[in-house]
Design a protein around this ligand. Structure first.
Ligand SMILES: Cc1cc2nc3c(=O)[nH]c(=O)nc-3n(C[C@H](O)[C@H](O)[C@H](O)COP(=O)(O)O)c2cc1C
Length: 149
C-alpha cells in the first residue's frame, strides 16, 4: 500500500522544555511514538543532545505532515526548526519505528553543527544516525518494513 505513495524524509531540531534527563525523555517519547509510527508507516531516529532533540522521520508525505502538526503542539519541546525535507526512493530506517542513536565524537560534532546552523545540510548526518541506530524503546526493533511494502 505504502509503495505507491510519495516517500519523504525530514530532519528537525527542537529545544527540550526540560533539560533534565533528556535521554529518559527521549526513551519515553519513543515508547509513545511506537504504535502511531507503526500504524502510519513512519520510521526514523531520535537523538537528544545538549538540550535539543534532533529527529529524522521518514514515511509517506501526508503521514509526515500529520506528525509535524502534533509535534508542533507538543509542550515537551519548542522552537522546532524543520532543517530539511526531501523525497527519497527508499527507506533508510526500515525496521525502526523510532531508533535511538549511540553517540560518538563524529556524530556529536555533526549534531552540534546542525543545531548551531540549521542551513547546514543534515543528509550526511542522517546516514551517520542510521549507522549508529540503537533501540530506544522496548518495541523499537519492530519492523516498519511490513508497512513499507
Ligand atoms: C522530540 C519529540 C519527538 C516525537 N516523536 C514522535 C513520533 O515519532 N511519533 C509520534 O507519534 N509521536 C511523537 N512525539 C509525540 C507527539 O508530539 C505527540 O505527543 C503524540 O503524537 C500524541 O499526540 P496527541 O496527544 O495529539 O494524540 C514526539 C514528541 C517529541 C517531544
Amino acid at each position: 500500500m505504502w509503495g505507491a505513495c510519495v516517500l519523504e524524509r525530514l530532519v528537525y531540531v527542537s529545544t527540550a522544555a526540560r533539560r533534565q534527563d533528556i535521554e529518559g525523555q527521549a526513551a519515553k517519547i519513543a515508547d509513545e511514538a511506537e504504535i502511531w509510527n507503526l500504524e502510519q508507516g513512519v520510521g526514523g531516529a531520535l537523538a537528544a543532545h545538549d538540550g535539543h532533540f534532533i529527529q529524522t522521520l521518514e514515511g509517506e508525505r501526508h503521514a509526515l505532515d500529520r506528525l509535524l502538526k502534533r509535534l508542533e503542539d507538543d509542550p515537551r519541546h519548542y522552537d522546532l526548526v524543520l532543517v530539511d525535507r526531501w523525497r527519497v526512493d527508499e527507506r533508510l530506517f526500515a525496521g525502526w519505528a523510532m531508533a535511538g542513536v549511540a553517540m560518538d565524537v563524529t556524530l556529536r560534532e555533526g549534531l552540534d553543527a546542525v543545531i548551531a546552523d540549521p542551513t547546514v545540510s543534515p543528509r550526511t548526518l542522517v546516514e551517520a544516525m542510521r549507522h549508529r541506530a540503537v533501540p530506544l524503546s522496548g518495541a523499537s526493533q519492530q519492523a516498519t518494513r511490513s508497512a513499507a511494502e
